[in-house]
Design a protein around this ligand. Structure first.
Ligand SMILES: Nc1ncnc2c1ncn2[C@@H]1O[C@H](COP(=O)(O)OP(=O)(O)OP(=O)(O)O)[C@@H](O)[C@H]1O
Ligand SMILES: Cc1ncc(CO)c(N)n1
Length: 268
């Protein structure tokens, strides 16, 4: 058997299964990629919000990374919630030695509005982690934080994608228009070309974990050796179907549906 693509996610948990590590591993599995995970924080959360957070000691994050990297093939890496600067420092040390594609989901706030990372982590993320990223995938509030500019329309989104590459050093930026009205449009700038990814917007409140699912799908496709544009194109199809058939589970914002994606793929 050919060797299987292997992807690693470094992120926080979601016991309700919609976001974080759980969403990432479900996505890797659906896309037939062998999934591995390093947990940064254990988060008590569900579809209504975040109830509590327990951060793992930095030494434990370092040891998990050593355990995986010393033994397993890692073909691509994704980071999600990294709550503080000390954690980021340790993760940045590992990433700076790595040669594989690194997808950074600059998670700052949960869908519910609850903050997930500290103020000093935000600025470390912008200054130290961003330049290591193959691609960074901010939503509008995250892109606004990184660029310091307000984003009110699609032309602001495009400008933010240029700015994040040119002024902040990410190799590519995928700025997501999920929080605007109208079509669900995202822009990818890779330093050469601007690409547009457009999908129908579905009227649903069940968008818990959409950002995690999208960036995990990009990571999965990159681990298979797809070029960035193709990886994003296929990931956009994945997240769109996962939102279209999202679950009305829980009292708040329900989770994405990975099975619907599988059903669609099989029927094609
Ligand atoms: N209602 C919707 N219908 C269709 N696509 C959507 C909808 N909402 C968001 N999207 C798309 O889903 C993807 C994830 O974008 P979004 O802006 O929701 O990420 P996020 O805010 O980081 O997610 P999270 O809630 O996990 O933090 C993008 O491709 C976006 O265009
Ligand atoms: C652990 C974690 N990462 C990311 C998000 C963003 O959806 C979340 N709610 N929880």
């Amino acid at each position: 058997m050919d060797s299987i693509p292997c992807a690693l996610t470094i992120a926080g948990t979601d016991p309700s299964g919609g976001a974080g590590i759980q969403a990432d591993l479900k996505t890797f599995q659906e896309l037939t990629v062998y999934g591995m995970s390093v947990i940064t924080s254990v988060v008590a959360q569900n579809t209504t919000g975040v109830q509590n957070v327990h951060h793992l000691p930095v030494t434990m994050i370092n040891e998990q990374l050593n355990s995986v990297i010393s033994d397993m093939p890692v073909h691509s890496i994704k980071t999600g919630m990294i709550a503080n600067k000390d954690m980021m420092q340790v993760i940045a040390e590992h990433l700076s030695k790595s040669v594989v594609n690194y997808v950074m989901d600059p998670v700052m706030v949960a869908t519910s509005g609850d903050p997930l990372i500290s103020e000093d982590a935000r600025s470390f993320l912008k200054q130290q982690l961003l330049p290591l990223a193959t691609v960074v995938t901010p939503n509008i509030p995250e892109a606004q934080y990184i660029t310091g500019q307000s984003i009110d329309n699609t032309s602001d989104l495009q400008e933010a994608a240029f700015e994040i590459v040119k002024s902040f050093g990410a190799r590519a930026a995928l700025v997501k228009g999920g929080h605007l009205q109208g079509k669900a449009v995202d822009y990818l700038y890779d330093g050469n070309k601007l690409y547009t990814f457009e999908a129908e917007r579905f009227q649903t409140k069940n968008t818990h974990g959409t950002g995690c699912t999208y960036s995990a799908a990009i990571t999965a496709h990159l681990s298979k050796g797809l070029p960035l544009y193709e990886a994003v194109k296929q990931a956009k199809q994945y997240v769109t179907a996962a939102i279209q058939y999202s679950f009305s589970l829980g009292a708040g914002n329900g989770p994405t549906n990975h099975w619907a994606v599988r059903k669609e793929r099989v029927e094609q």
